[in-house]
Design a binder for this molecule. Sequence first.
Ligand code: ZN
Length: 264
Amino acid sequence: VAIIDTHCHLDFHVFDEDREAVLARALAAGVERILNPGIDLVSSRLVVHLAQRYPQVFAAVGVHPNEAMSWEANTYSRLKALATENKVVAIGEIGLDYYRERALQAVQKEAFQAQLDLATEMGLPVIVHNREASTDLLAMLIEWQAELKTAGSSLAERPGVLHSFSADLETARQAIAIGFKIGFTGPVTFRNAQDLQQTAAALPVDCLLTETDAPFLTPHPHRGRRNEPAFVQFVLEKLAALHHLPAARMQETISANAASLFHW
Ligand SMILES: [Zn+2]
C-alpha cells in the first residue's frame, strides 16, 4: 500500500532545480501518489503537464482564493478545457481566505461558486482552502452538496476535501456530515498544536487524508526547511499515533480514503 500526499505544489519554482530528486526521495520513502493542485491558470497548465510526465503525479485545476482577482469571464472555459485532460482528478485548490484577503470577499465568493459549478459540470470533487472563513465556506458547500444530491449526482457522496485543516472540530463535523474528507498537513505534528491534534484524534479515520502542502508547512522534525512529499510520512505517523493505530493500518485507511475520493 502506498503512502499518499494528496496536496503538494510541485509546479512551484522552488522545485525547478531539483524536482526529479524530490520525486525520487518521495518514491524512496514509499510515497507513490502525489496530487498537485493548481493555484491559477498558469499553474493549472503546469500541473497537467507534470501529471502527464510523471506516473505518480495526479493533477487538480483551479484558481486559489488568493488569486481570485485573476478570475475573468473566460477563466471558467479555460479551466474546463484543462479539467478534461488525462489524470485531472479534482477541481482545486479553491475556497475562501479571509486571513490574507488578497481579493475582496465578494470576489473570492464569485470565483469559488463558479468553480463549484465547474466541479458539478465535470463530475469532479473539490480541494478546498479555508482560512478564517468557515461560516461562509460551509454555507456555500452545504448548499452545493444539497444541489448535487437533488440532481442525483454521485458527486454528492464524494464532494471533496477540506485541505490543510486548521478550523475547529465543529467545522470538521459539519463538513464530514456532507461527505467531505479532512486533510492534515505539517502543523498537526507541531508540539504546540494540541487543539488541532485533539480535532484530528476526534474525527473518524475514514475521513482522514495526509498532505504536505509542500513547499509550505514542513512537519516536525524538519520544520524550518522546505517541505517535500517524502515528509508526508511524519503527518501519517502523527495521525496514526493520535488514533492509537499502527502506521501501516493508518496508511491503508488513508490510501482507501484517497481512492474513494479521487477515483484513482
Ligand atoms: Zn495548497
